[in-house]
Design a protein around this ligand. Structure first.
Ligand code: ADP
Ligand code: MG
Length: 238
């Protein structure tokens, strides 16, 4: 279990600052949605939490430890992307177990973890199939399974549903939230979709041009938008 602290986090690429100082604490087991238009800095913020991108100023702490002080292999973080490239020549079972194999887990340990994740994600019947023989939703579930088997303390999602059709997106939102409720993994979920944010978030960070315009529950943001941007992007038109 771990909380995630962002303390005046800033990011510059060259001379251009793209994240202007974001501060918040994501509690243990909380599901936070970072929502805002394309280019506002959502992915950059998430990548800093993952330790994939250095912070230019401020710091990110996970469970009290600065991200950059923890070796990449020791970070209990899993990330699910929009382009969840699965290995086409491997079965679902192999795709889900591959990261564990690399990390040096024993065969029985891998089988146990993959089995548990497959059950959670209702993938048991498909374990021996190749990705090309799965539907879009099933593939997305395999990508989540690959992340879950590593038993992460923090789950990072970057627009994981944007390649799926509308109906499947709605279904997968429910599945991801249901799974997160059961596992209680601290989660940061990035989307540009307001409805996705409103329906999934415990709290949301409304981002615009590198700033957190408002951080609050969907109801807070909807009923009491604190900036014009938040009102126009999310809030009620009153
Ligand atoms: P979002 O995920 O909200 O669409 P990004 O975090 O991808 O936004 O990008 C935020 C800003 O940072 C954009 O202006 C983008 O062009 C810029 N940016 C992102 N990555 C890099 C990079 N590696 N080098 C330079 N600029 C970048
Ligand atoms: Mg992005």
């Amino acid at each position: 279990m771990a909380n995630v602290e962002l303390i005046d986090v800033k990011k510059r690429f060259g001379k251009t600052e793209v994240i202007h100082g974001v501060t918040t604490t994501i509690e243990d087991g909380e599901f936070i949605v970072i929502v805002g238009p394309s280019g506002c800095g959502k992915s950059t913020l998430l990548r800093m939490v993952a330790g994939l991108e250095s912070v230019s100023a401020g710091e990110v702490r996970i469970g009290g430890r600065r991200v950059n002080e923890v070796e990449p292999m020791d970070r209990d973080i899993a990330m699910v992307f929009q382009n969840y490239a699965l290995y086409p020549h491997m079965s679902v079972r192999q795709n889900m177990g591959y990261g564990l194999k690399i990390a040096g887990d024993s065969k029985p340990e891998i089988d146990r973890k993959v089995g548990e994740a497959a059950k959670l994600l209702q993938l048991d019947p498909y374990l021996d199939r190749r990705p090309r023989d799965l539907s879009g939703g099933q593939r997305q579930r395999v990508a989540m399974g690959r992340a879950i088997v590593r038993e992460p303390e923090v789950f990072l999602f970057d627009e994981p549903l944007s390649n799926l059709d509308a109906k499947l997106r709605v279904q997968m939102r429910l599945e991801i939230r249901d799974l997160q409720d059961r596992l209680g993994i601290t989660s940061l979920y990035v989307t540009h979709d307001q409805v996705e944010a409103m329906t999934m978030a415990d709290r949301m960070i409304v981002m615009n041009a590198g700033r957190a315009e408002q951080i609050g529950t969907p109801l807070d943001v909807y009923e009491t938008p604190q900036t014009l941007f938040a009102a126009q992007f999310i809030g009620s038109p009153s």
